[in-house]
Structures are given as C-alpha cells and as structure tokens.
Design a binder for this molecule. Structure first.
Ligand code: BG6
Length: 470
C-alpha cells in the first residue's frame, strides 16, 4: 500500500475567516459578522447587530473576495490538487429564508470555482462552516427550530444545481459533533442559551434538526448528480484513558460517545444504541421525532467521513469527563495556544474511525497555529510548522501504508493565514503564505511565501514520498 496516485492534496479554509467583503454583492449578515476579535483565553464577544466602532475580523477577513485570483495562483504554485472552502450561506440567501437566491453571490463562487478548475484544482465545498444567516438565528431561534431544515435544503439544492459540473466533493456541516461538545454551540448551531433553557435538551433538539438537514442535503445532492461525493465533517478527538485503571478506560469510552453519536446517525442512518445511551447520560428524555424522520436519516447516509484533527485529549474517571477537553498529557509538547502536539493520535484516530465505519476518510483540517516572525531578510522560516505537518503526514501515511486505512486526501488548515475562529486573532497563523495583517485589522494584506511553502510544494510533487525538512 502507498498513497494512491489520485490522493487529494491541498488546503482548507472557511468563507467567514477569509472572504471579507461582508456586505458586498448583496450578502446578508452571518453569525460570524457580529463576533468581535479577542485573544487566547478570552471569549469572543458576540453582539446582536453590527456596532459602530467595534472590530469584527470577518468583515475584511484577508479579502479573499477581491484577491482570490492571486491566492489561487499561489496554491497552484504549490501544486494543490484540491482546495477546501465553504459557501457563505448569506451570500446566496442573505436572510436565509428567501424563496429566490441572490444571483451576485452565486456568480462569485462561479468565478472562484472556474479559477480553481483552470489551475487543475478541485473545489471541496463545505455547505455550512459557521455562517448561518443571522436572520435565521434572530427570527427562528436557529437550529432549535425545525423550519431551518427547509431553509438549509433550499440553500443546498440551489448550490448543488448551480455547481453541478464544477464541484464533486461536498460536506454538509463543519464539525457537527461540536454541537454537543461545546458549552454553547454558537459557531456550529447559531445557539446562545437563553435563561431557563436546559443546555442538553437544546443541543439534542438542534442536533436532530441538523442531522435531518444533512440527510436531506445528501439525498438532494445524489439526485442532482449521482457522481457527487458528499461527506459529513467531524472534529475527531482521539482520546486516551489517563491510566490503565478500568474506570479511566470506561471514562475514555464515555468521552467519545457524543462524537460517535453524530457519525453513527450520519453513517449508519439511524440513532444507534450508543446514541440512546448518550441521551440517558445527558438526562434527555427523547428526540423530537416526527413522521418520516427515520426514513430520511436512513436515506441520507454519506459517502465519506471528513475530519479535522489538531490534538488529542485525556479522559479520567474523576472530574468532568463529559464536557471540556483535558489537554495535560505529560507525554506531549503543546503549542503556544496550549494544544497538545500528537501525530500518532492522528494514526490512532484514522484507525478507530475506519474500523468503526469502513468508509473512506478525508483529513480536511490539520495544522499548527503559531506566531510567525520574519527574519532580517523578511523571510519566515517556519521550521516548527514543517515539523508539525511532516510528523502528521507521516502518521497519515502509516495509517494508509501499514494499517490499510482508506484515506482519500489531506488538506492542511489555513494554507494562507486567515482569521482564527477560537480567538478572532490573525497572529495565530497556520499558513504557507503570510498575510500582512494584525489583530487590530491593520496591514497591507500583502501575501508572502514562507519557508514551508517550498516544503509543501515538494511534499505534493512527490505524493507524500518526501516529507523531510528543507
Ligand atoms: C476548526 C474549525 O475547529 O479549527 C476551523 O473548523 C478553525 O474553522 C480551526 O479555524 C482552528 O481553530 P482556530 O481557533 O485556531 O482558528
């Protein structure tokens, strides 16, 4: 076994973190457009509307909206065969509930996809990556409300039909499993808990609607073009038991249950016994089922599992093992943002997911957020990034070549520096391409190649055979 010749290599992004032009071409506001910038350890402030004088990083992003040609040319120079991006939902349906789409928004993605295809780069598209239209949140209560399924399905059908011959690989919701894992799933589900609401009830309800919406999208997509490959996307949290105490091992299994809750439904087409056990653990009486839901879930299973992997965590039987990731693994180094660095955890995770579902896997996010400082000649020598990425690609190769796991591609996160979701910072950089912009929004937005740029070009040119440092 070796990486297949058609293995997909590239990078991954999200519209709200890079496009900018937040009102251009008739776009409406998304949940990202009212989220302020912050810094490590300080939660981002979320507003109900855009306040004059407040800084919202999504408004300009890195201005991909106007600079996509230059950015795609740089990706082509690295030899990308695919590029993952999301379609900004309120560019297509500004409020989310219109009957007709916004033509200017649709045309923008035509231009982007044409540019990618002209360079031999396949677009890999996420339908929903933290860009729920703000209107759907404020008027409908976001995914608490079953009405969002229809609005999402109309959005999905519109873009499936429009880009039928330009896009093959699609994903429904980015990191759908974080809906249950986050204390308040604002990014994933547009939800901020209201006084008197029971968090677990709300998350289970919202999740049910998102799972149904995902299934509807998959069903519609396969009707529009049977050749479409439509996947789910989860954050895969490889988790270790703190010790060999059986209680810690059991805690590790419990820790994974909220994650398998989603992949079980999406890949197997039904709520499994694990899902029921998870509901019991959460103390939630039931799922708000309606007639036809079971059939829809069964008909809308995905073609592949896409995953993000950044770090692993640790579970123990003491303390809160259900919410909150424990990152204090004494065997691992941590990044400046306190994320453990664990390449072997990727190999373990790929094995676990493949064993469980026997579906093709696509690593669509992986990378090191770091502070980059130019040297005296203005060059960023990001050997730390090369080291992180090469060790993870090596682990991926081991999963394919030694463990025979079916992995179809790898897209590193933020191949060009973009806004961080967690903090809204720019200084948490993942890219091979540096963007001149700081955390207050100042900078020329000029793009510069880092040392890792040439390294990744060689990785791709050799189909992963040469991952050694430069
Ligand atoms: C993933 C998200 O969870 O992590 C991305 O899908 C995000 O949108 C990435 O950017 C890295 O997180 P952060 O906080 O460093 O941007």
């Amino acid at each position: 076994m070796a990486l297949p010749d058609d293995f997909l290599w590239g990078g991954a992004t999200a519209a709200n973190q890079m496009e900018g032009a937040y009102l251009a071409g008739g776009k409406g506001l998304s949940i990202a457009d009212v989220e302020m910038g912050s810094r490590h350890g300080v939660p981002r402030e979320i507003h109900d509307a855009v306040h004059a004088g407040s800084y919202y990083p999504s408004h300009e992003g890195i201005d991909f909206y106007h600079r996509y040609r230059e950015d795609i040319a740089l990706m082509a120079e690295m030899g990308f065969t695919c590029f993952r991006l999301s379609i900004n939902w309120p560019r297509i349906f500004p409020n989310g509930d219109e009957a007709e789409p916004n033509e200017e928004g649709l045309a923008f993605y035509d231009h982007v996809f044409d540019e990618l295809l002209a360079h031999g780069i396949q677009p890999v598209v996420t339908l929903s990556h933290y860009e729920t239209p703000l209107h759907l949140v404020q008027e409908y209560g976001s995914w608490r409300n079953r009405a969002l399924i229809d609005h999402f399905a109309r959005f999905a059908e519109t873009v499936f039909r429009r880009y039928r011959d330009k896009v093959t690989y699609w994903m429904t919701f980015n990191e759908i499993n974080e809906t249950m894992n986050q204390a308040e799933p604002y990014h994933q589900a547009g939800i901020r808990l209201q006084p008197g609401e029971r968090a677990e009830e709300v998350k289970v309800r919202a999740s049910h609607h998102m799972l149904l919406a995902s299934a509807r999208a998959v069903q519609i997509g396969h009707e529009v073009n049977p050749a479409f490959k439509i996947g789910c996307m989860v954050q895969y949290p490889t988790t270790y038991a703190r010790t060999c105490d059986p209680r810690d091992v059991l805690a590790q299994r419990f820790h994974m249950m909220p994650d398998y809750y989603y992949t079980d439904v999406i890949c197997r087409g039904r709520y499994t016994n694990l899902c029921r056990a998870q509901l019991k653990r959460l103390g939630v009486a039931g799922i708000p089922f309606e007639k036809g839901d079971c059939e829809l879930l069964a008909a809308g299973t995905v073609d592949f599992i896409a995953l993000s992997y950044y770090f692993s965590s640790v579970a123990s039987s003491t303390g809160d093992d259900r919410i909150g990731v424990k990152r204090d693994n004494p065997y691992l180094e941590r990044s400046a943002w306190d994320w453990p660095i664990d390449p072997m955890g990727l190999r373990i995770g790929l094995n676990e997911l493949y064993d469980r579902y026997q579906m093709p896997l696509f690593v669509v996010e992986n990378g090191l957020g770091a502070i980059d400082t130019p040297n005296r000649d203005g060059i960023i020598e990001d050997d730390y990034r090369i080291s992180y990425l090469s060790s993870h690609i090596e682990a991926l190769k081991a999963a394919v070549e030694l463990d025979f796991v079916d992995v179809i591609g790898y897209t590193s996160w933020g191949p060009i520096d973009i806004v961080s979701v967690g903090t809204g910072e720019m200084r948490k950089r993942y890219g091979f391409i540096y963007v001149d912009k700081d955390d207050e929004g100042h900078g020329t937005l000029a793009r510069t190649r880092k040392k890792s740029f040439s390294w990744y070009r060689r990785v791709i040119a050799t189909n992963g055979a040469d991952i050694s440092p430069l």
